[in-house]
Every structure is written in C-alpha cells, then in structure tokens.
Design a protein around this ligand. Structure first.
Ligand code: ADP
Ligand code: ASP
Ligand code: MG
Length: 439
C-alpha cells in the first residue's frame, strides 16, 4: 500500500486534478490518495467563519457567494459529460446550502470546525466525480469515519489503525482509495481538524496506520530546499534528509511540511518523499532513517515567537525553581521551544499568546518577568551538526551584524537555533544562504 498526498495547489485547478489522476494511475499499486482543499479555499472558509464569529453576516454571505462562484466555474472544466456535471453541481449545491444555513445559527467553536471541513469534503467528492467519468475504479473513504484525535487534541494512532484496517477489509476488492486530508473527529465525536497544513499529517498518520511502503507528499516545489524559497532568492532542493532532520525543519518553520507530521512515518519507518506535481520527474527529497550526509543541510525560520525572561537572583540557583517555572507552562498546555539559563535568569520561548497573560501572572511571584514579542527562531539543521568543525565560527562570522538574543546549541545533534527579532529574520536567512551555503 502506498500513500499519495496532494496539496492545495496540486488540486487547485481542473487541469491540475486531471494531472493528479494521471499520477495516481501510473502504476497499479494499491494506494490511498489524500487530498487537500483547492488552494485558497481553507483561507476563504477561515474568513467566512471569522466574519460570522464577529457578527458580520453580510460579509460572510458575500464571501460564501464568491467562493460558490469559484466552484461553479471549476466544474465545466473538470468534467464534460452532462451527468458528471450534474453530479458535481449537486455536490457544490449541498455544501453551499450547508454554509448558508450556518449563517442563521449562533456561532460556536464546533460550528467553526464544520465550516473549515467543507474544503476537503468538496475537493475529494469533485475529484471522485472526475475519476468516475474517466472510468477509474476507486472508493471515496470518508476521513471522518477513521481519523480521530483524543482529548488532548493528539491523533489517536491505535484507534485510527483499527478503524482504517476495518474499512480496508470491508472493501478488499478495491485498490484505490480517495480520502480527505486535514479533517478528523475529536474525542466528543465532533468534526475537527489537524490544524493548518494538516493534510500532510493525515498522510503520515495513514502511512503509519496502514504500514505503507512509502508516503508521497506531492506539492508545488521539487522537495525540501536548503532555505525558505519565499524569502531567499537562490535555494536548492535537498536529496535526502533523516526523519530527525526533517522533523526539526518542519517544526521550526519549513512550511512544506506540517510541523508535527514526521513522527508517525518515523514510528513505522515509512519513507516520506516530497515531490512536485508540476514537475513529476524531478528527484525531490527522500526522508528516511539515514541522513545520507553529515553537516548543515538547511535553515528555516519560525515567526510569531514570544521570549519570556524570568530574573531572580535569589531563587534561580535553588533547586526546584525550574520545575515551578515549567509547571506554569504545563498548566496552560503551552510548549516551550527554546530555553537558556544564566546565574540570575532563565529565558524561554513560546509560539502562542493564547494564555500569555495568565502565564505572566503566575510567573511574577518567582521574579521579575520580561516579555519580548515579535521574535523569530532561525534553525540551522543538519546531521551531527553540533560536532561539525567550524560550524559555530562560520555561523557567528556570517551573522556578526544580526542582534542574536538567544542561542540553543547541543540540545539535539542536528539543530542549532537562534532567536532574532522578527525584523531581522529575512536578513538572517539571506546572510546564512551566502555564508553557510555559498549561494
Ligand atoms: P501544499 O499546499 O502542497 O501543502 P504548502 O504551501 O503547504 O503546499 O507547502 C509548499 C510551500 O512551502 C512551497 O511552495 C514553498 O513556498 C514553501 N516552503 C517554505 N520553506 C520551504 C523549504 N525549505 N523548502 C521547500 N518549500 C518551502
Ligand atoms: N486545507 C488545509 C489548509 O489549508 C489543510 C492542508 O492543506 O494541508 O490548511
Ligand atoms: Mg501544506
């Protein structure tokens, strides 16, 4: 069984969907195909939901109508036969009727999740109509019947594996399954999702659950590049990454992968391939146990970081102090990304301000608390990087003009992380591209 996931751009136009159909029928291997929503759809659904939450139903209605018009235009280029067009039309009608009904219901978080789910539901159903028109045998497998998260909003892999195995057994005569990325059910049985960019996570979870031979992530670029191509001009694809390296890059900002999508594949040792739908012959990136080469492979940046410094000359050296500090973050389910300590202070970074006020209030009894917002973590990732001679010297020579405010080195063998004010993030990535990669 192999898994093939196609992102928003890969299904964003009718001709792209046609190309996806070609890619999934190139061989006769059994496969589960995971689709995202059409590019732009989830952003539009977020805007609709925000407008409803803010009480601006007129704006919401306008946005719903605009999105509906986009789907109506999509259909005639996707399918030709009258009955297929009618079927596709009925799918669009059903989902937009639902969105229009929601306009009249009072807003809740559960409703928000229902709204956000419409994109993947529509893309997979429309794609299925196209496959049917082409006479391509397949089965639409509803993700809401097997993809689930637990009370801590973490994927429930044993439950997912069980349900998926049952479904696949029920349809053992089929070789091609199409399912939705991103969406799932939560512990209360409601529709939920795996957070933005979550279709990669769906693919990797299914790969682990089905013990797949490979998890292919098809996107709009030829693999993981050495630097962020949205920010830096000259970047190059990386042929091979270890699971650990890829996990660090994803977590620290390489948008090509969902932040936590590597662990399920790594758990069952399923190789992940990053491939380009628009250039299928390109090598792409293979992610597997072995790193291939030693040394710096890539850099990435994660924005929206908040640095918190707790200064206390009296208490810091006392044992138990750090535990008390960490307990505050644990209480508010807020993960810490970076940490440094000195004799008089401890600094940590977090990537959400959801509970910031409470966290500060509860830290204040321990000492003087300083908060710096709008920071970015820049991570330099590569196998055995901490042991690579000269890497720190080259790094600091390269960044001599950047006000680096924190450094994390040695915590993992494949990552050096720096904290810089976000206004210096672009310059930092550009300097590293020249200084570390010679590009
Ligand atoms: P999809 O819709 O297929 O999931 P995404 O937009 O989520 O695609 O991810 C692909 C994008 O990730 C690329 O178009 C690129 O702009 C961005 N990206 C950021 N950092 C990197 C990187 N290091 N290597 C490759 N792509 C990156
Ligand atoms: N459609 C969702 C999003 O835009 C999930 C994904 O594309 O991975 O975030
Ligand atoms: Mg993505």
């Amino acid at each position: 069984m192999k898994i093939m996931k196609f992102g928003g751009t890969s299904v964003g136009k009718p001709e792209r969907m046609h190309q996806v159909a070609q890619l999934i029928t190139k061989d006769s291997d059994a496969k589960i195909v995971v689709l995202s929503a059409l590019s732009g759809t989830t952003n539009a659904l977020v805007a609709i939901s925000d407008a409803i939450a803010g009480g601006d139903r007129e704006a919401a209605k306008r946005k719903i109508d605009e999105l509906e018009a986009h789907y109506r235009k999509f259909i005639p280029d996707l399918v030709i036969k009258e009955d297929a067009r009618a079927k596709a039309g009925a799918i669009v009608t059903e989902h937009f009727e639902f969105l229009n009904i929601i306009l009249r219901i009072s807003f809740s978080e559960a409703l928000n999740k229902d709204i956000l789910a419409q994109g993947e539901l529509m893309s997979t159903k429309l794609f299925s109509v196209y496959l049917e028109e082409q006479g391509i045998d397949h089965l639409l497998l509803p993700a809401l019947e097997f993809m689930s998260i637990d009370g801590n909003e973490e994927p429930n892999l044993p439950a997912i594996s069980n349900k998926l195995a049952q479904l696949l057994k029920q349809h053992s005569n089929k070789k091609m399954f199409i399912t939705q990325g991103y969406i799932c059910r939560n512990a209360r049985g409601e529709v939920d999702n795996l957070k933005r960019g979550g279709s990669d996570y769906t693919a990797s979870l299914i790969a682990a659950a089905a013990n797949a031979t490979v998890c292919e992530i098809w996107t709009d670029i030829d693999g993981m590049h050495n630097n962020d191509p949205r920010i830096v001009n000259k970047t190059l694809p990386i042929e091979q990454l270890s699971f650990d390296e890829a996990a660090e890059l994803a977590y620290f900002g390489a948008k090509i992968l969902h932040p936590t999508c590597i662990w399920p594949a790594q758990l069952n040792n399923v190789p992940v391939k990053l491939l380009n739908t628009m250039q299928p012959e390109a090598k792409g990136t293979t992610i597997q146990e072995e790193a291939g080469t030693v040394g710096v492979k890539a850099v990435a940046a994660k924005d929206g970081i908040i640095a918190i410094k707790i200064k206390s000359s009296r208490m810091l050296l006392a044992y138990g102090f750090l535990r008390k500090v960490f307990e505050v973050f644990e209480k508010y389910k807020t993960p810490i990304d970076m940490i440094t300590t000195s004799e008089v202070a401890v600094s940590v970074t977090i990537d959400t301000d959801a509970h910031l006020d409470h966290i500060i209030k509860e830290l204040e009894p321990f000492g003087h608390v300083e908060v710096e917002k709008e920071q970015s973590i820049v991570s330099i990732v590569g196998n055995e990087i901490a042991q690579t001679p000269d890497v720190l010297k080259r790094l600091f020579d390269t960044l001599s003009t950047i006000p680096v405010t924190m450094v994390s080195y040695g915590g993992s063998a494949h990552n050096i992380s720096l904290l810089v004010p976000s206004e210096h993030r672009t310059k930092t990535l550009q300097l590293l591209n020249a200084g570390i990669f010679g590009l």
